[in-house]
Design a protein around this ligand. Structure first.
Ligand code: NAD
Ligand code: TDX
Length: 331
């Protein structure tokens, strides 16, 4: 199989490439990544001899056409992915997430190539903290942020290209991922690297907002199950029943890093901050026989802390710029 992975130098994409190289040596991987601030060649150092890396933009139709023509399957991870950035400058989100997806869809349509679209549970908006319900495949789209609205738009394009042009595509909407190689702008790496840098964790607002955490390896195993056995045109929700409020996550990080439980700061809340995400992944479990393997969040978090401790060179050069950006926003 010739597999084109967009965004393979980012957090989830690089973990996907590592897992594929490890578990599926018969798959020939090409990564297409623009190496924005969020991408790093160093995230692929361990596999650089077994993959092809192409630096380029998913909105470059000529390049995308050539790479798609040489592929059997495309897995599309590339995106502008950070909600806070989408609030300060939405344009790159429209460009990459909408025009980039359109460009890929036109290419897979032309060359009849199988396509998997990686998306987020944020397209469904949020749930009340006391709502007993969870998102299902039938929940109406109701995105809150520029980021999630562009992801929702990209999902709609995929569905339309399946229906109108017969594109062979599947979609997945996953909850919050954690694990190695996640950019220090994101919640869990930011708090771990704050502590490793002698700063305090920063909690938005009350800290009661809930996220449904899944280890990145479990997300990527689900993407492979969908590639192998998913039904064309279907959307699959990926989640591992990992609901926790942000204050509890910060508390756990402080405890695992031997800090005082009060050693954090409340900072300015995110505008439009979604309250709670929760995924019902029973379709994926029942129909595609997928199960999460990293069911002990504490254990996964400890391994993630160890990874950031042992890989300072990977994140340290980005840390100051990220914190300067947050400081300008009062966060
Ligand atoms: P990330 O920001 O860590 O990585 C994104 C990658 O895409 C980077 O390597 C970047 O260089 C690349 N990229 C950005 N714009 C590009 C362009 N125009 N052309 C080519 N490459 C470009 O993101 P992530 O957290 O790994 O997320 C990957 C995908 O998974 C995204 O589609 C995101 O919406 C989705 N997702 C993420 C999460 C999460 O918790 N992180 C949860 C659900 C879904
Ligand atoms: O310093 C912080 N303090 C804080 O309290 C940061 C950076 C975040 N937060 C809060 C905001 C959220 O409630 O933590 C929670 C998680 O924040 P992010 O890591 O920014 O993730 P989120 O906005 O939930 O979106 C993530 O999951 C869904 C990914 O970034 C998206 O790409 C994915 O689609």
């Amino acid at each position: 199989m010739r597999l084109l992975v967009t965004g393979g130098a980012g957090f989830i994409g690089s973990n996907f490439v590592h897992a594929t190289a490890r578990d599926r040596p018969g798959v020939r991987v090409t990564v297409l990544d623009a190496l924005t601030y969020a991408g790093s060649r160093f995230s692929l150092s361990a596999v650089e001899n077994s993959i092809e890396f192409v630096k380029g933009d998913i909105t470059d139709a000529g390049l995308v056409n050539r790479l798609v023509a040489e592929s059997d399957v495309v897995v599309h991870f590339a995106a502008e992915s950070h909600n806070d950035n989408s609030l300060t400058d939405p344009w790159p989100f429209l460009h990459t997430n909408i025009i980039g997806t359109y460009t890929l869809l036109q290419a897979v349509r032309k060359h009849c190539v199988r396509y998997h679209h990686v998306s987020t549970d944020e397209v469904y908006g949020d749930l009340a903290l006391d709502d007993p319900g969870k998102f299902t495949e039938d929940t109406p789209y109701n995105p809150s942020s520029p980021y999630s609205s562009t992801k929702g738009a990209s999902d709609m394009l995929v569905r339309a290209w399946v229906r109108s042009f017969g594109v062979q595509a599947t979609l997945s909407n996953c909850s919050n991922n954690y694990g190695p190689y996640q950019h220090v702008e994101k919640f869990i790496p930011r708090q771990i690297t704050n502590i490793l840098s002698g700063a305090r964790p920063k909690l938005y607002g009350t800290g009661k907002n809930v996220r449904d955490w899944i280890h990145v390896e479990d997300h990527n195993a689900a993407v492979w199950r969908i590639l192998e056995s998913g039904e064309i045109g279907r959307t699959y929700l990926i989640g591992a029943d990992g609901e926790l409020d942000n204050a509890s996550v910060v508390g756990m990080i402080l405890e695992l890093m031997a800090k005082d439980p009060d050693d954090f700061e409340h900072v300015t809340d995110r505008a439009g901050h979604d309250l709670r995400y929760a995924i019902d992944s029973s379709t994926l479990r029942d129909e595609l026989d997928w199960q999460p393997r990293y069911t002990d969040f504490r254990e996964g978090l400890l391994a993630t802390i160890d990874w950031y401790r042992e890989n300072r060179a990977w994140w340290e050069s980005n840390k100051d710029a990220v914190e300067a950006r947050y400081q300008a926003q009062g966060a």
